[in-house]
Design a protein around this ligand. Sequence first.
Ligand SMILES: [Zn+2]
Length: 290
Amino acid sequence: MPQTYTLFQFLEAYPDDDACLDRIMRMKVGKDPTCARCKRKTTFYRIRKRRAYECQWCGFHVYPCVGTPFEKSRTSLRKWFYAIYLFTTTRHGVPAKELERQLGVTYKTAWRMGHIIRKLMSRVGTQILTGEVEIDESYVGGRRSIKTGRGRGAANKTIVLGMKQRQGPMLTYVIPDVKRATIEPLIMQHVAKTATVYTDEWWAYRKLRWRGYEHFMVAHGKGEYAKGRVHTNSIENFWARLKLSIRGTHIHVSGKHLQKYLAEFSFRYNYRDYPDKMFAMLVGSVALPA
Ligand SMILES: [Zn+2]
């Protein structure tokens, strides 16, 4: 069931900067905190006028924003949270111009904030895929369409390897070529050995059984597209949406830019039905080590 995260829900949860700081503090020390200095179970009390809290027993100060993107930012925490909120409720990302307009910050600040939020998206997007996983590569960007198969004619295009857990997350990586030596290590790094893997018949996938995976191939060459559970429809669907989005946003996608764009697009795609979870993950990720 798709969920919603309304602006009203957001405003109720974060009415002011203090509420945002409390949220960051909770992520840093947990629900049931222990003081790092006196080692006792404690309650941290807010120190007024500073972004800090104090241990009830020993007076130790904790600054929860240290080490987060907010630490050196002059932009208020609430504006940061609102920017993250905007990113979780849009379909195609938030242009700096719109952040500038909605937050009342300079274009330069808006651009930086967008950049940082996209970075958070790429950090929370990595995980190990399990269960049934479809794997495929696609050629993205450039002007010429490819009708000549893998490799040939792909000069203008960037190659992307996609790994899609059915009913689960999608991972995407820009790769330099479609050789087994390139593709196989990425699969082994991101797909659990217990997974069942579905691909087409490309050479690079043919030794996955040797690597310990249960592996089935779709015989696209014979005009087959699905045989029961053996298909790559979920990942094909992702490619179609990705290409529509790239066309729709008119961004220049190549190399490094594409990897960032993919991270954002995949993250949004993975959590598209759970905007509240998307928000929680992004805000939660600021507490992770950089
Ligand atoms: Zn203490």
